[in-house]
Write a protein that binds this ligand. Structure first.
Ligand SMILES: Nc1ncnc2c1ncn2[C@@H]1O[C@H](COP(=O)(O)OP(=O)(O)OP(=O)(O)O)[C@@H](O)[C@H]1O
Ligand code: SF4
Ligand SMILES: [Mg+2]
Length: 317
């Protein structure tokens, strides 16, 4: 059984102007010990999916799923309890995740006190060892610092140490390198990989950067308009993308995609989040669209562990 199993998740947010379909039908299977990338254009539901797993969907949101399970526990009932105990968040902006007026020592200690049964001395030693585990060179000095005295890369390492301090073994990293310089971002990705292998962590890596998928992830799920349209091992999806959307994303990357390349623009835009979708959501932008595409929901295509949704037969790509 996968560590995280999400089947047919939808998240609908009622607003005075009508329902926003932030997530329409997302499937995710994440095995323990993998870094699973989730990629797609802005507004495709990446953050909303992560927030729903953390029990932090907006108030009033309607969350429906055939399955929403973490390590056998039903997240639709227990997400709040699992957050901070098993599931942690690393967000895009480490400065915003840290309290500017409290020392790092105090912030680490607050987390350890809330989650672990340790004496004061044990908590100090644990805070220091967690900061060292994130590659911070002088943990004692970092503990005495305030967030503004640290660089963005150091702040992100502190945020990761805080997530580990809760005891979380599943991290949702929402664009964790976007606010960082390219080289610092690469170091943070290397750190996450190291933590996965040293500590048996599992990471859901949200990004719109193909390089992050290629460099850091084992498997990837591609989202389009709140739908998971393709999933599989990174090598297979990048080398032989099945879905025309993934093909277009990869084709739109410059030949020698510079390090840090973001998703290149492809013509057209995603369907408005308030509208319903008939047939294939990508049909209005798809260069391979056929009449059936606008009318019928595309079937699942399979190539072993690699799956995608399309009316074209599996041999077509
Ligand atoms: N609180 C909210 N109320 C109404 N609509 C929302 C709310 N939060 C998100 N949405 C909408 O839900 C959709 C999905 O948003 P989400 O933030 O998950 O996108 P994303 O894939 O993370 O995009 P980005 O790459 O820009 O971060 C968008 O259309 C967004 O405008
Ligand atoms: S189902 Fe049709 S429109 Fe959708 S991606 Fe496949 S070929 Fe394109
Ligand atoms: Mg987002």
């Amino acid at each position: 059984m996968p560590l995280l199993e999400v089947r047919n998740l939808s998240v609908t947010i009622p607003t005075p102007e009508g329902d926003v379909h932030a997530v329409r039908a997302i499937n995710l299977e994440i095995e323990k010990g993998e870094i699973h990338g989730v990629i797609g254009e802005s507004g495709c539901g990446k953050t909303m999916t992560g927030m729903t797993l953390l029990g932090l969907a907006p108030k009033g949101a309607r969350i429906v799923a055939d399955s929403l399970h973490f390590d056998g526990e039903d997240l639709s009932k227990n997400a709040g309890r699992l957050r901070g105990r098993r599931i942690g968040l690393i967000s895009q902006d480490p400065a915003a995740a840290l309290n500017p007026v409290l020392s790092i020592a105090r912030q680490m200690d607050d987390v350890l006190r809330a989650h672990r049964n340790m004496s004061r001395q044990e908590r100090w030693a644990e805070a220091s060892s967690l900061l060292a585990a994130t590659g911070l060179p002088d943990p004692q000095r970092v503990l005495k610092s305030y967030p503004h005295q640290l660089s963005g890369g150091m702040q992100q390492r502190v945020v990761i140490a805080q997530a580990l301090a809760t005891g979380a073994d599943f991290l949702i990293a929402d664009e964790p390198t976007t606010a960082l310089d390219v080289s610092v971002g690469a170091q943070v990705l290397a750190l996450l990989r190291k933590l996965v292998s040293d500590r048996g962590l599992t990471v859901l890596m949200i990004t719109h950067d193909m390089d992050v998928i290629a460099e850091a992830c084992d498997r990837v799920t591609v989202l389009y308009a709140g739908l998971s349209v393709e999933t599989g091992p990174v090598g297979e999806v990048l080398q032989q993308p099945g879905h025309p959307y993934t093909q277009a994303l990869l084709a739109a990357l410059p030949d020698a995609a510079p390090h840090g390349a973001r998703l290149a623009a492809i013509e057209g835009s995603i369907p408005p989040p308030r509208s319903g979708i008939e047939g294939c959501a990508f049909a209005p932008r798809c260069p391979k669209a056929m009449p059936v595409c606008a009318m019928q929901v595309p079937p699942k295509r399979l190539a072993e562990a690699h799956r995608w949704l399309c009316h074209l037969p599996a041999s077509a790509p």
